[in-house]
Design a protein around this ligand. Sequence first.
Ligand SMILES: N[C@@H](CCC(=O)N[C@@H](CS)C(=O)NCC(=O)O)C(=O)O
Length: 202
Amino acid sequence: MKLYEAPSPNARRVHIAMAEKGIELDRVAVDIRGGENLSDEFLAKNPGGRVPVLELDDGTYIGESVSISRYLDAIGEGPMLFGDTPLAQAQIDMWQRRAELNFFLEVAGAFRNITGFFKDRETCVEAWGVVCADRAPKALSMFDAQLEHSEFLAGDQFSVADITLGVGLDFARSVKVVELPELPNIKRWHMQLNARASFSAS
Ligand SMILES: N[C@@H](CCC(=O)N[C@@H](CS)C(=O)NCC(=O)O)C(=O)O
């Protein structure tokens, strides 16, 4: 199997899932700054035109970091990142979606629209980026309240929901377009994530 990727938060989500599941993949660098992901050759692999993309040995392609992680979870070793009971699966999916929709995508919207990082291929509206930058930190109080009585986001088991929120937070810190409040339970949980080999190595 091959992972088409670029240094990016979405590839990092997959790297963490790989490390958690004991999976190594051949990696193929895609030059997203240069627009290689918009070439016909790449679009044939992923019509969404984004990285990461996983190529299976039979030539099947899987795009979307969560979908790739779900596949790796099913074929890899160790505890399930997407849950192993109907209830755990639903709760992990719920928190993963909240982390992605209410935080990760808001940070991405702030980054893309404020910095104009991909202005060669999309219309960037700075005012929209400012709205995203305002909404992202507000969502964190919901996660902080959940983490007050829960070791991980979706309960006592580390899951893909933790990967999404943890990578989103680290990305927000590194690109500095969102002001992040100090929240005690998120702080405790984030230190726990950083103590995991999968997070610190990626
Ligand atoms: N929902 C997709 C988002 C992927 C995505 O936005 N990837 C970025 C890098 S983090 C990308 O390929 N950007 C290139 C571009 O926008 O042209 C996923 O989870 O994989």
